[in-house]
Design a protein around this ligand. Structure first.
Ligand SMILES: *Cc1c(COP(=O)(O)O)cnc(C)c1O
Length: 406
């Protein structure tokens, strides 16, 4: 038994934590499925999913089982040794995707860091140091390490930390002509989120991704899809590239992959993977048995026709009702996104006020997300019950009614 713990409250955050976050006023302490309870025993419906992470909701029995079974066997051995859960997970990802090889790490930023380093290494080995330029998109998000904020297209995340990684340019998203004008034989990689998540749930046009693929082929550049937010069933396909039918050379995954346990993965072909020879890259925890055991259980459930078809059906259920709510209260003008990554674009009158919607929803015992100041985002569990969707959207409608009456 563990020793009794000292009581803590939200106010402690401001005393002992680095102030880089501004968490909500309540502290969640327990979850089951798409419901969460706070310290006071208040029950909330969770449409935030830990930011598109809790792909099977909270405390899913299969994930609890996989984690506890592994916890009683082996926690960690480092990459001086390999381990069974990591090998099984790599087999599953390779079997289910374009990739021949997997590299495991602990977060989305690390998966992208590995992807960018691989792209630069490949170009360096094949063509020499001149070919190192990375083209990313305006408003993109790729994580918070220095390399990933430099590649990300949001100066608010990259400015003020000294010199950035150089050799990176940003072109408008969904603008093939802009990409065409920027790409050259010095380009080593083009990095795209198939749906821009953090900056407002903006899906790519198929023609844009197809065109990017062709331009990369023409200029011997690698196409990297950042699927940290869109991957592992979120779109109703296992990965969004399969939804679009455009195959990247390198793909990064994290968030939903661990269903709430930290893990990231970079997937690629054998031909590219061979450039990361022994010692060129690494991480102590990457491929940790606990994380991989959970991710195996996630994939076993998510990569099934029932769950993936369910995502598409649940998308329709959300979209229909959200469009009604948006219209009735004049709150938003568009409901966009794919599968269970949905963004409600606030109307002119509510522009910049996504945080107010978030707060109003919380008062009605509903957890939602923002995606920038102008978009309310929903990224619930992929197996959220229809009854929970309906009840959650009833709560959202009450929030919309109170907000627009006030
Ligand atoms: C969340 C996110 C990341 C960063 O993942 P972390 O696990 O927070 O490092 C990178 N790219 C995209 C598209 C994301 O949504």
């Amino acid at each position: 038994m563990s020793a009794p713990q000292a009581p803590v409250q939200r106010a402690d955050f401001d005393q002992v934590m680095v102030p880089n976050y501004a968490p909500a006023a309540f502290i969640p302490v327990r979850g089951a499925g798409s419901r969460v309870w706070d310290q006071a025993g208040r029950e909330l419906i969770d449409f935030a999913g830990g930011i598109a992470v809790n792909v099977l909701g909270h405390a899913h029995p299969a994930l609890v089982g996989a984690l506890t079974e592994q916890a009683n066997k082996l926690w960690h051995v480092s990459n001086v040794f390999t381990n069974e859960p990591a090998l099984r997970l790599a087999h599953k990802l390779v079997d289910a995707t374009f990739a021949d090889r997997a590299f495991f790490c602990n977060s989305g930023a690390e998966a992208n860091e590995a992807a960018f380093k691989l792209a630069r290494r490949v170009a360096h080995d094949r063509f020499g140091p001149e070919k190192h330029e990375i083209i990313a998109t305006v408003n993109s998000f790729h994580g918070r390490t220095l390399f990933t904020v430099s590649v990300g297209g949001q100066p608010k995340y990259s400015d003020g930390f000294g010199p950035k990684i150089t050799g990176i340019s940003h072109v408008p998203y969904n603008d093939l002509e802009a990409l065409k004008a920027q790409i050259s034989d010095k380009t080593c990689a083009v990095v795209i989120e198939p749906i821009q998540g953090e900056s407002g749930v903006v899906p790519a046009d198929i023609a844009y991704l197809q065109g990017a693929r062709e331009l990369c082929n023409k200029h011997n550049a690698l196409l990297i899809f950042d699927e940290v937010q869109t991957g592992v069933g979120r779109t109703g396909s296992l990965f969004a590239y399969q939804h679009y039918g455009v195959t990247p050379d390198i793909l990064s995954s994290a968030k939903s992959l661990g269903g709430g346990f930290p893990i990231g993965a970079m997937l690629t072909t054998e031909d590219l993977a061979k450039h990361l020879t022994v010692g060129t890259h690494g991480t102590t925890y990457g491929g940790n048995p606990l994380a991989c055991a959970v991710a195996n259980a996630v994939l076993d459930i998510v990569n099934t026709p029932e769950v993936l078809a369910g995502v598409k059906a649940k998308h329709e259920r959300f979209k229909k009702r959200l469009e009604q709510i948006g219209e009735k209260y004049g709150l938003f003008t568009q409901v966009r996104g794919v599968g269970l990554l949905i963004g409600c674009v606030l109307s002119e009158a509510w522009k910049g006020k996504a945080k107010e919607v978030f707060n109003a929803a919380e008062k009605e015992n509903l957890m939602v997300l923002q995606a920038g100041p102008d978009v309310v985002r929903f990224a619930p569990s992929l197996v959220v019950e229809d009854a929970d969707i309906d009840e959650g959207l009833d709560r959202f409608e009450r929030a919309a009614a109170k907000l627009t009456q006030a």
